[in-house]
Ligand binder design. Structure first.
Ligand code: ZN
Length: 193
């Protein structure tokens, strides 16, 4: 690729082939350039170009793209966004409404190390009805959780997402329901049968 290598004429300043002994424009004799000097000239040109506004912008864009690719790969390793899973569950279980038969704004925590924890109120209609022998609302809730637990087992690589726990936020801290991979491990309703 010797035709790509150039230097600048010492006399007229025009760009001429790197190995030309005489300038093809003005005929001036050229000093001998070593291979390394030619390379250095090129490196200097790249450094100079990077300091121009366009060069700076290009460097910035390349750096930005590298960061974005890195961030995207981290996100993939992390699995689904916890917020997305939480939002979907809130829609499915509570219609995304603050007022529910399980109390005001039940809390849904999606933790990639602990699984899904749903915090409801013990003094809510669903729990009170359950204790009075009317388990319909509670049972519907349980089967919905079973459905999601079963589905998450196949959808998400993280098996902990199919581990559901329902706890009470009021009164004594109490577990009301435990479901793992679609199977009921504990259900407070068994007490009121
Ligand atoms: Zn010349």
């Amino acid at each position: 690729m010797s035709e790509n290598k150039t230097k600048v004429c010492v006399m007229c300043g025009k760009t001429i082939p790197a190995y030309a002994n005489f300038c093809p424009y003005c005929g001036a004799k050229q000093p001998w350039l070593e291979e390394d000097e030619i390379k250095n000239t090129r490196v200097e040109r790249i450094v100079e170009w990077r300091q121009t506004p366009l060069g700076r912008l290009t460097t910035l864009i390349i750096a930005f793209l590298i960061v974005m690719v890195f961030a995207a790969s981290c996100r993939l390793q992390d699995g689904p966004g916890h917020k997305t899973v939480g939002r979907e569950l809130n829609q499915y279980l509570f219609n995304s409404q603050p007022k529910t038969p399980f109390g005001h704004k039940p809390k849904i925590d999606v933790d990639k190390n602990k699984g899904v924890t749903i915090t409801i109120s013990k003094s809510s209609k669903a729990v009170k009805d359950l204790k009075k022998g009317k388990p319909a609302t509670w049972n519907r809730f349980v089967s919905k959780i079973q459905n999601r637990s079963k589905a998450f087992k196949h959808v998400y690589a993280n098996q902990l997402f199919s581990k559901f726990k329902v706890t009470a936020k009021d009164g004594k801290k109490q577990t009301l329901l435990k479901v793992d991979q679609g199977k009921i491990k504990y259900n407070i309703a068994d007490k009121y049968q």
